[in-house]
Design a protein around this ligand. Structure first.
Ligand code: PLP
Length: 407
């Protein structure tokens, strides 16, 4: 009998998603051996004791009997109307139900959108660091990621001049992740307007990943991109996973905006691709109306004294008292992206460190280079644990770094 392994698609050759990669597998092995591991690799609120708000759970439970059939490929129309109304209230004045697509999480819609847009060799401008699904979906759909830098030196903001220099005749789209995962940067209205002007000048499609929406800290304000984009074609992504802590419901949405004369074919392509996968999880869609029209359940978490606010405080205090670490304080989202001082640890390698931290200190974090970042001195940690747990985690990180500093 042949023992030749089944060949897999070469399209996967450069596709990586290390957030759930080899380190996460190793953590599961260690747990199976009886070790207790701090798993801080995923922004998964349900794993850290956060519940889906009661009024969302009630809506899903109350409508289970109405969730047995496939729905329209773009989603339940009443839920799309609620999303369109939110878009209108945010300034996308002509948003309407047929320009909203509900998906099985933003993840599915990112893939569908890039599939709708890209031809082989088309270039997509992505932030570095990025949320690695964006690179993966670009590659899987025949595109080429071209990275613009969002380095710590520039407080993790992009430089519009650099972005413009990266544009070629093959550039199709500009991806903006705001609030940003993994860095926590929150972009100003002025910066976003500059990005819109670049898209306008070069006829790019804007892809605005806004899944963290109004999860912001201190005085940071989330500014949605689509209202600034006006006639420029823009796909804005958000959903229930983060702000509403319902990531297991797998509900995200995409709002298409921009001059209708320019977005007609794109609309048709999105509709076709949505139809091929039939529809999004119907039961979860009943949570959309209460999520968008009910009480704001996340403001208390990010306000002073709230759990996420205090978790962020614990991280910032821990980094401030570290001998080795520095960090640009996250202004939004659910992560911090600290860096190691290379002057103190010249041979530091983020992947090696992450493995040693897991093996020796039972802490699972994600190395910065997993986010398509050229440098290797960062790591990402989620702000979802209790503040006391984060303090314990950072004391373990410090111990591990000190081992690396030993002569
Ligand atoms: N975009 C960003 C920036 C994310 O961080 C995530 C999940 O962590 C997603 C998209 C995917 O979210 P969803 O659960 O809606 O698929």
């Amino acid at each position: 009998m042949s023992t030749t392994p089944v060949a897999t698609s070469s399209r996967l050759n450069h596709v990586r998603y290390e957030i759930r990669g080899s380190l996460a597998h190793r953590a599961l092995e260690l747990e199976a051996e009886g070790r207790s591991i701090y798993k801080l690799n995923i922004g998964n609120p349900g794993l850290f004791g956060f519940r889906v708000p009661q009024h969302l759970r009630d809506a899903v439970a109350a409508n289970l009997d109405r969730s047995e059939a496939y729905c329209h490929q773009q989603g339940l129309s009443h839920a799309r109307e609620i999303i369109a109304a939110q878009q209108r209230s945010r300034g996308v004045t002509d948003s309407s139900v047929e320009r909203i697509f509900i998906g099985n999480g933003v993840s599915e819609l990112i893939d569908i959108s890039l599939r709708a847009l890209l031809n082989p060799g088309d270039e997509v401008l992505l932030p570095s660091p990025d949320y690695p699904l964006w690179s993966a979906a670009t590659l899987l759909n025949g595109g080429t990621p071209v990275y613009y830098s969002c380095s710590a030196e520039n407080a993790h903001f992009p430089d519009p001049e650099e972005i413009e220099k990266l544009i070629t005749p093959r550039t199709r789209a500009l991806v903006v992740i705001n609030p940003n995962n993994p860095t926590g940067a929150v972009y100003s209205r002025e910066l976003l307007s500059q990005l819109v002007r670049i898209a306008e000048r070069h006829r790019l499609v804007l892809l605005a990943d806004e899944i963290y929406d109004t999860i912001t800290y201190d005085d940071a304000e989330f500014v949605p991109l689509a209202p600034l984009a006006g006639a420029v074609p823009c796909l804005s992504f958000s959903g229930l996973s983060k702000l509403h802590r319902a990531c297991g419901y797998r509900i995200g949405w995409l709002s298409l905006s921009g001059a209708r004369a320019r977005t007609g074919d794109l609309h048709h392509a999105l509709d076709l691709l949505a139809a091929l996968r039939l529809c999004a999880n119907v039961a979860g869609q009943w949570a959309i109306e209460p999520a968008l029209t009910g009480p704001d359940t996340s403001a208390a978490l990010t306000a002073s004294g709230g759990r996420l606010h205090e978790a962020r405080r614990a991280v910032l205090d821990s980094v401030a008292s570290s001998c080795f670490l520095n960090v640009v304080a996250p202004q939004g989202a659910l992560y911090a992206f600290p860096a190691i001082d290379r002057a103190l640890l010249p041979g530091f390698d983020d992947e090696q460190f992450a493995l040693q931290l897991l093996e020796q200190e039972s802490v699972l974090i994600v190395p910065g280079s997993s986010f398509n970042l050229g440098t290797r001195q960062h790591f990402r940690i989620t702000l979802l644990p209790q503040p006391a747990e984060l303090r314990d985690v950072f004391s373990r990180i410090e111990r591990q770094l000190a081992r690396g500093a030993e002569p």
